[in-house]
Write a protein that binds this ligand. Structure first.
Ligand SMILES: C[S@@+](CC[C@H](N)C(=O)[O-])C[C@H]1O[C@@H](n2cnc3c(N)ncnc32)[C@H](O)[C@@H]1O
Length: 269
C-alpha cells in the first residue's frame, strides 16, 4: 500500500500573500509590549490610543485593541483591498473588541481630526517619501496628531550590507521560506528596490509577492527631519543585546558599525 503523503500546508497556488507576510515579518504582541515599554519610559502611564500609519492588514491595530479593554486603535492605509483583508481576517475575529478598531482608507499625509498617544509607522513604510520636504511634511502631520503625552515610533535599517544586492532567505516555522531580495541601490539618489518572495516545500514559488520602492534614509537624516517637523526630542533605540539570538533595544547616542542592523526611532512632541 502506498504511503499517504502529508500535503504541504502552503503552496504557491493556494497561499495567501498577506498571511505569509504576517507570519514572516510581523510580531504584533512583541510590538505592543515594545510600544508599552517605550511609552512608559517617557510618560509613566499606560497608553490607550494608538494610530498605525501604513497599517496594511492592521494586525498591530488588532493586537493593540485586544491587549486592554480600554485600548483603541486607528489604522490608516491607502490600499482598500489590503484594508478589507485586514478587517476580515484580523479585526472582525476580535469580537466585541473590533469596535475599538477604526480602519481609515486614505493617505497618511491627510490631516485628520483626533489626537493619539502613540502614532507608529513600522516596517520602514515611511521610506516611500523620497524627498526631505515630503518626509518632513509627513512628520508634521504626525506631530499635530499626537496628544501632549504623545509619542511617534518608526523603524529604520542600515549597515554596509544594506547597500549590497543580495537574497536573504529565512525559514518560517509555519512551513515555507521568506526571501528578502535587496534588489537595487542607487548611490546617487539612495533609491532602493526590494522584493519579498516566498518559496514552498513542494518546490513552488511566489515571486515578487511584494515590491518596495523607497529612499534609503539614514538615522541622522530621519532625526533632523523629525526635529525640523517640530518634535522636541528624538531618541534612537539601538539593539544592545549581547548575543545575536536576543534583542534588547535601549536609547543610545553612539553605536559600533555593523554589517546589518535595525533600530527604532522614538520622537516626542
Ligand atoms: C510595508 S506595508 C506595511 C504593513 C505594516 N504596517 C507592517 O508593519 O508590516 C506598507 C503599506 O503602506 C501603504 N501605503 C503606501 N503609501 C501610503 C500612503 N501614502 N498612505 C497610506 N498608506 C500607504 C501600502 O498600501 C501598504 O499596505
Amino acid at each position: 500500500m502506498a504511503k499517504t503523503q502529508k500535503k504541504p500546508r502552503f503552496t504557491a497556488r493556494t497561499a495567501d500573500r498577506h498571511q505569509l507576510y504576517q507570519l514572516s515579518v510581523q510580531a504584533p504582541d512583541y510590538e505592543v509590549a515594545f510600544l508599552n515599554r517605550v511609552y512608559r519610559a517617557a510618560y509613566d502611564h499606560r497608553p490607550l490610543t494608538m494610530r498605525e500609519d501604513f497599517c496594511g492588514t492592521a494586525l498591530l491595530s488588532a493586537a493593540w485593541a485586544k491587549s486592554h479593554p480600554e485600548r483603541r486603535a486607528t489604522g490608516v492605509d491607502i490600499h482598500k483591498p489590503t484594508l478589507d483583508w485586514g478587517r476580515k481576517h484580523n479585526v472582525d475575529p476580535l469580537g466585541p473588541a473590533a469596535e475599538r478598531v477604526t480602519l481609515t482608507l486614505g493617505d497618511v499625509r491627510t490631516k485628520r481630526p483626533g489626537k493619539f498617544q502613540i502614532v507608529n509607522a513600522l516596517n520602514f513604510s515611511y521610506w516611500i517619501f523620497e524627498t526631505r520636504a515630503g518626509l518632513r511634511d509627513y512628520f508634521k502631520v504626525v506631530r499635530r496628531s499626537l496628544s501632549r503625552d504623545g509619542l511617534f515610533l518608526c523603524d529604520a535599517y542600515g549597515g554596509w550590507e544594506s547597500h549590497q544586492p543580495m537574497l536573504e532567505p529565512r525559514k518560517i516555522a509555519a512551513g515555507f521560506t521568506y526571501v528578502w531580495d535587496q534588489n537595487q541601490f542607487d548611490p546617487i539618489t539612495a533609491h532602493v528596490v526590494n522584493h519579498i518572495h516566498f518559496e514552498f516545500k513542494d518546490g513552488t514559488k511566489m515571486n515578487k509577492a511584494f515590491t518596495y520602492e523607497w529612499r534609503f534614509w539614514t538615522l541622522p537624516e530621519i532625526r533632523e527631519l523629525l526635529l525640523e517637523a517640530g518634535f522636541g526630542q528624538v531618541l534612537v533605540y539601538w539593539d544592545r543585546a549581547k548575543s545575536e539570538d536576543q534583542e534588547s533595544y535601549r536609547p543610545s547616542t553612539r553605536a559600533e558599525n555593523q554589517p546589518g542592523w535595525l533600530a527604532y526611532i522614538v520622537a516626542l512632541p
